[in-house]
Structure formats: structure tokens, C-alpha cells
Design a protein around this ligand. Structure first.
Ligand code: SF4
Ligand code: SF4
Length: 302
């Protein structure tokens, strides 16, 4: 089993990724590429150079130290050949404006567990624990499995946040080590799903069924994106799942926010849904009312 994975963040005292106070471990790498993803740095499995263009003073110090000719400054304009970066970190050290960072670091299970266990008292007092997120935790099956096993050995409650896009075999194997599954539900039709996420959804829906039938508590998490799935028809599909799976622990609406586009620019990938602003409370509360009127009583805003 793999003892290492690339982690791009560990958030302590998290309150939105399952019950109680949690430590959320974000694994780098996802097989989907949803247009609305607010963590685009989670998609690639490798480390990445992150450039905060608004902090850059065009001093040129990064270009002086980079041996791989990644940074170019012409007439005060800073351009970056992201593909050439070898993640040596020299430019990050040289930049006095904190305009650069390397996102993602290889960590062992022991290193992650040391961070998780630091907040054990908070978990005990709040009913919290560790949440494995990403990226897609199932993409790193061996690492995720072992980390979850270690948590169970140490008496730490576990949540896994998943797109459900994983092999059935892996999915079945991981479930015994999961206390709560946070399962994304994006779009009902497989063709539409593929159009907006890059993959069809038959395997995802099959894994949702496996998870539900296993008895592991499942919270359905539903990103709602204006112009894509903010329709009564889609809300009806969510309601239908609620009827099909009456013991779902929760249904959370995740309103769109556009923080992902700044990050896309920072890691050198194209913007998506550039014209779309963050959803206002007026709009997402209206969605909530619509869902409840359709009969989806347990819907909440996530
Ligand atoms: S060292 Fe930092 S501030 Fe200077 S050009 Fe490079 S990124 Fe910009
Ligand atoms: S991390 Fe190293 S290779 Fe990458 S841009 Fe900075 S100095 Fe160049």
C-alpha cells in the first residue's frame, strides 16, 4: 500500500466537512474536471507553481534564480512557462512579495496522522474527526485506505468527500472505514454530466447505490450552478433521490462561488464560467424553497 501522497492543504478546525470540528485533508488529483470547480489546483496529481499576479511588483528576482527559464519579464509584464517548472522552490524563496508558492507537498501517512492527532481533544468534545477530501480521495485508493484505517485504529471519526467516480471494487473496500460519506450529486443525465465534468455518471450513481445500501450514513452534496443545473427539473431529480434513499443523512445545496477562476489564472490554466458571479443568498435561498416545495424536506445550504 502506498505510504505517500501529494497533499495540497490540511485545514484544521473545519466546520463544514462533516459533523463536529474536523481536520480536512485535501489530496491532489481528480479524474473529473468540473467547469465550476473552486479548487482547480486539486485536479492535477503533481505539484504546481502558484503565481499571485496581483502581488507581483515585477522586480525580476525570480527570473534571476530560476535555472529552468520559467519566469520572463518583458516591459514589466511577467509571464510564466508553467510546464518547465521543476518545483525547486528557488523563486519562491527569492520573492519578497509572497507572489509565488508551490502548491502540493508529498506527505507520508505518519506525517498526516501527526497533524490529524493534534486536534484529538476537539474531535472528542465536538463529535468531529478527520475528513478526506481533494481532489478525489479514491484516486489515491491505497493511501486513503491506509489513512482511514489508521484513524479507526486511533478512534478518530472519519468522513470521505467523494465525487463517486471510482472503481466499484475500491469503493466497496473503503466503506467499512468511513463513518460518514459526503457524496457529490451534480447532474442526472449522463451526457450532460460528461459535458460539464468530463465523465459520464453511470458508475457514480452505481457507487451511490452501493454506499447507501451499505448502511454508511450518506450526505448528498449538490453543487448548483446558474445556467447549468439551477432548474426545477434538476431539483426534481434531487427530490427523486431523496425518495429513493429515504435514510440519506442530509442533502446539502452548494451554491456556486467563483473563487476558482483566480486560482486558474494563478496556475496557468484557462478560466471557466468567467462571466458567472458568486451566487447571492437571495438566489440560493430561493433554490432551497423550491426544493422544499418539491418535497425535499431535509435540504439545507451546505
Ligand atoms: S520575485 Fe516575486 S515580485 Fe519579483 S517578479 Fe518574481 S513574482 Fe514578481
Ligand atoms: S520552482 Fe524552481 S523551476 Fe519552478 S519556477 Fe521556481 S525557480 Fe524555476
Amino acid at each position: 500500500m502506498s505510504d505517500k501522497a501529494i497533499i495540497f492543504d490540511i485545514q484544521r478546525a473545519s466546520l463544514h466537512d462533516g459533523p463536529g470540528i474536523r481536520t480536512t485533508v485535501f489530496l491532489k488529483g481528480c479524474p473529473l474536471e468540473c467547469l465550476w470547480c473552486h479548487n482547480p489546483e486539486a485536479v492535477a496529481t503533481s505539484r504546481q507553481l502558484f503565481f499571485y499576479y496581483d502581488k507581483c511588483t515585477s522586480c525580476g528576482d525570480c527570473a534571476k534564480v530560476c535555472e529552468d527559464e520559467v519566469h520572463h519579464l518583458t516591459d514589466g509584464i511577467h509571464t510564466i512557462d508553467y510546464d518547465k517548472c521543476t518545483f525547486c522552490g528557488k523563486c519562491v524563496e527569492a520573492c519578497n512579495s509572497s507572489a509565488l508558492k508551490i502548491t502540493g507537498a508529498e506527505m507520508t501517512i505518519d506525517q498526516v496522522m501527526a497533524e490529524v492527532m493534534a486536534d484529538l481533544d476537539f474531535y472528542t468534545n465536538s463529535g468531529g474527526g478527520m475528513t478526506l477530501s481533494g481532489g478525489e480521495p479514491l484516486l489515491h485508493f491505497s493511501f486513503s485506505m491506509r489513512l482511514l484505517q489508521r484513524c479507526k485504529e486511533m478512534g478518530v471519526n472519519t468522513c470521505v468527500e467523494t465525487s463517486g467516480f471510482a472503481s466499484e471494487v475500491h469503493f466497496r473496500k473503503i466503506l467499512p472505514y468511513v463513518d460518514t460519506l459526503l457524496f457529490d450529486y451534480k447532474i442526472a443525465g449522463s451526457e450532460e454530466h460528461k459535458k460539464y465534468t468530463g465523465a459520464p455518471n453511470e458508475a457514480i450513481l452505481a457507487n451511490l447505490d452501493i454506499a447507501y445500501q451499505s448502511g454508511v450514513p450518506v450526505i448528498l452534496r449538490c453543487p448548483v450552478i446558474p445556467g447549468i443545473n439551477d432548474t426545477v427539473e434538476h431539483f426534481g431529480h434531487i427530490r427523486d433521490l431523496d425518495r429513493k434513499y429515504p435514510n440519506l443523512k442530509g442533502i446539502e445545496i452548494l451554491p456556486y462561488h467563483n473563487t476558482g477562476n483566480n486560482k486558474r489564472t494563478s496556475i496557468g490554466t484557462r478560466e471557466t464560467l468567467a462571466e458567472l458571479g458568486t451566487t447571492t443568498p437571495e438566489v440560493y435561498l430561493k433554490w432551497l424553497v423550491q426544493l422544499k416545495e418539491l418535497g425535499c424536506a431535509k435540504a439545507t445550504i451546505g
